[in-house]
Structure formats: C-alpha cells, structure tokens
Design a protein around this ligand. Structure first.
Ligand code: NAD
Length: 265
C-alpha cells in the first residue's frame, strides 16, 4: 500500500508527521506523495481541506485519514498520541471506506469561459464592499432576487463550518443534500429573500446570476477568487465523493457535541 503523510507546517504537526512516516516505513509501507492509496493528514480540518485540494484529481483512488494535533476535528478521527494504533489499523486494512458528498461548482465568466471546481466544505459568492445583487434559480426556475453580503452553498460535512455561522442547520453527512444559507440578507418592503436555510435535493441544482458580475469574491473552501467578472455560478452535488479510511467510528452527533457543546467534559 502506498501512503503519504501530509502535514501542516506547525511544530507539533511536523514532529508527529515525521514520527508517523518513520513508523510506516518500518512497517513496510511505501511512503510517497505520488499516486498514494491513503493520504494521512496531520494538523486540523484545514490540513485535510488542503490535502483534499492537492489530490482532488484522483479522489476515486484515494482514502483520507485525519490525525489531529489538537482537539478532535470534523475530518480527523485520530489524535497525534495514537499514531501507533493508526499504523496497526493500516497493517490490518481491509479497504474500509466511507464516502461523503462534495459540491460541484461551475462558473461561467463574463467572457463566456468556464471554470469547474469541487469543494469539500462550501462555496460562497460574496461582495465585500457593496451589496451583492444576484438572482437565484433552483433547477432553472427563478426563485428570488437576493440582496445582501452573499450566499453560501455547503455540503453535509461542510454544514458544521461556515454555513453554521450563517444560521444553517447541521446535516448528517450520510444525507446527499446541499444547503444554501444567506450571509446578511437585506429584507424590507422592497427586497425579500427566503431568510431561512434551504436544503436542496440530490437531483436539484442552484444557479446564482449576479446583476453585474464585477467586484465579487468567490470562495471555495479556503481559497478566494476575485479577479474575474462572473456571469453565473451553478452548484450541484458532485458525481465524485471524498472517501475516508474509517478504521474506527465516532458517532456523528457525539462529534458535534464534542466540538460545539462539550457538556460531557
Ligand atoms: P481554518 O483552518 O482556520 O478553519 C477555520 C475553522 O473552521 C477552524 O476552526 C476549522 O477547524 C473549522 N472547520 C473547517 N472545516 C470544518 C468543518 N467541516 N466542520 C467544522 N469546522 C470546520 O481556515 P481555513 O483553512 O481557511 O478553512 C477554511 C474554512 O473556514 C472554510 O471552508 C469555512 O468553512 C471556514 N470559514 C468559516 C467562516 C465563519 O464561520 N464565519 C468564515 C470563513 C471561513
């Protein structure tokens, strides 16, 4: 099995990643960044997001494992003091995997060129310095004229990130659905938006058409794009999934409780 250890640059992560690589090599694994079967990230959820984008052209061939150097994260099942147990789990690997939905993003720019992207958490379309005015369509049917800071479209696993800060619901990651949340919408006698999170079915898609496509910032997970005027952004559930090598299972709602409430500690 080919394994790669992908670390952030923090001291605790690089130390843990170094120790893990050494133990993996001693256990007979090929540790190499080219065509890995398993990518182990060492850091936090942000490190897993970076590894996902580094390897997003080969998602069907890779399983991810997250090791956290702090508290448990949403994409990280292991802690840095458990690397011996992780190496043992890899030695007994039977191809265990669990797949989660991703967000497919197709952008049409003003010059009619297109860009195709995939997000693990979410994508937002925002305007930083003035009101975003965008028409929103669901399945090609006009839905609303949005006025406000922006809109966020997230995956189920991304629902605990930016979307939650916008008042979105936490979705169980086994659901194949997208969620649209508003970022500071304007609602008065003139402008009206739904003013509630929307859950979009797997066979539906959402289109945003900015009134004039300039000065927009589009985010895709940790990335920002603001250099090209946008005509239209189309969001749907991606054909591909992200796969995790899940050697141990933590109940999703226990993870949510641990991250946001912490009452058991
Ligand atoms: P980062 O690594 O500092 O991440 C920001 C925070 O989001 C961290 O605490 C991280 O643990 C948490 N996070 C990431 N994915 C998560 C998930 N699926 N569920 C729960 N928490 C999660 O910064 P980054 O590397 O730039 O991360 C980008 C992410 O930051 C974006 O995908 C977005 O979800 C999040 N973000 C949140 C806000 C907000 O809540 N207002 C604003 C911008 C970005």
């Amino acid at each position: 099995m080919r394994v790669w250890v992908f670390s952030n640059s923090g001291q605790a992560s690089t130390t843990a990643a170094h120790a893990l690589s050494k133990k993996l090599k001693a256990a007979g694994f090929t540790v190499n960044p080219a065509r890995p079967d398993v990518v182990i990230t060492v850091g936090g959820d942000g490190t897993l997001l970076s590894a996902f984008h580094r390897y997003n052209a080969a998602l069907d061939k890779i399983r991810f494992v997250g090791v956290h150097t702090g508290h448990l994260g949403f994409y990280t099942d292991w802690r840095d003091f458990e690397i011996d147990d992780l190496v043992e789990a890899l030695k007994n690997d039977h191809g265990e995997k669990i797949g989660y939905p991703l967000l497919d993003i197709k952008v049409t720019y003003m010059d009619d060129t297109t860009g195709h992207y995939v997000a693990l958490n979410e994508s937002t379309l925002k305007r930083a310095t003035s009101t975003m005015k965008a028409d929103m369509y669901v399945k090609d049917n006009f839905f609303e004229s949005f006025r406000g800071d922006g809109l966020c479209v997230c995956t189920p696993t991304g629902s605990t990130a930016y979307s939650k800060s916008n008042g979105g619901a936490v979705l169980h990651p086994r659901l194949r659905a997208l969620q649209v949340t508003e970022i500071a919408s304007i609602n008065n006698r003139v402008y009206r938006t739904l003013s509630a999170p929307m859950i979009i079915a797997p066979d539906e898609w959402v289109i945003l058409r900015p009134e004039d496509g300039v000065n927009y910032v589009m985010t895709i997970d940790q990335f920002n794009m603001s250099d090209r005027p946008i005509k239209e952004v189309r969001y749907k559930i991606a054909d591909e999934q992200i796969y995790f090598a899940r050697y141990k299972h933590m109940h999703f709602w226990d993870r949510v409780e641990d991250a946001f409430i912490g009452a058991k500690h």
